[in-house]
Write a protein that binds this ligand. Structure first.
Ligand SMILES: [Mn+2]
Length: 248
């Protein structure tokens, strides 16, 4: 039997409340366990962690189950690709050396079973979203990152948690993918002018979708807040979105 490639994103591990957070992490680890023996490769397409920051000498608490499981999988020879999302872009050498993931801070193009894939979290593909692009340039500024890292971790991580949790609480509408009006759709359409891509895979929208763009298939992955356990699989021919009922 042919082994599959698996894709998941927007798990947001660590997102409070804490009882839900641990439940979500256990579910994520169970999912990794359930696919590992049938996996040719695993793509974690951004926002796996609700907040991630690496210091030089200390490690923020949390996520031991996830980190251990990913390390076990890469140790067994199955490649795991980890993409920066907008919540977990501050990956340095710790995550990579400890868990063995291949880290992608940008989009990644690869050939899987002779099909061309374009994979990205998707938060940086809309240059017209000037507000976000400005925030992103601040978040990725090496000097500011260094300044932030120089704060005592209790202060730095505490501040980040407060900020992130306030944003989550702002009752932002549930994720939505706007079809042909979506900037991800427009990005993919433009990309197809110059390149032959068979499959696009994006996260970030928190709303699962599959849409045809010319001859390509564009898949937007589900999140794990409204749809715990959702993922996509590729068997060499087709992509299949596997969605569980909300909050199952
Ligand atoms: Mn997200």
């Amino acid at each position: 039997m042919i082994k599959k490639y698996y894709f998941a994103s927007d798990v947001h591990l660590g997102l409070p409340p804490s009882d839900k957070a641990i439940e979500r992490e256990k579910r994520f680890v169970r999912w990794l366990d359930s696919i590992k023996s049938n996996a040719e490769g695993i793509f974690l397409v951004g926002d796996v962690f609700d907040f991630w920051f690496e210091y030089k000498k200390v490690v923020p608490r949390g996520f031991v189950r996830t980190l251990g499981k990913i390390a076990e999988i890469t140790d067994s020879g199955v490649p795991v690709h980890f993409f920066a999302g907008n919540h977990d872009l501050w990956v340095s050498d710790y995550l990579q050396s400890e868990t063995g993931v291949n880290f992608h801070s940008e989009s990644y193009e690869t050939t899987l079973y002779e099909k061309k894939f374009f994979i990205a979290h998707g938060d940086t593909l809309d240059p017209s979203d000037k507000g976000y692009m400005f925030m992103h340039s601040i978040f990725t500024n090496p000097f500011l990152r260094k300044m932030y890292a120089s704060l005592h971790p209790s202060i730095g991580v505490g501040f980040a948690h407060t900020w992130a949790h306030r944003r989550h609480k702002q009752n932002r509408p549930a994720g939505i993918f706007r079809g042909r009006d979506d900037s991800l759709y427009k990005f993919a359409l433009k990309k197809l002018d110059t390149e032959k891509i068979d499959f696009f895979v994006f996260g970030h929208r928190h709303a699962p979708a599959t849409i045809k763009i010319k001859r390509a298939i564009c898949n937007v992955l589900p999140d794990w807040i409204a749809r715990p356990g959702g993922y996509m699989a590729f068997d060499g021919e087709n992509t299949e979105m596997v969605l569980f009922p909300p909050n199952c």
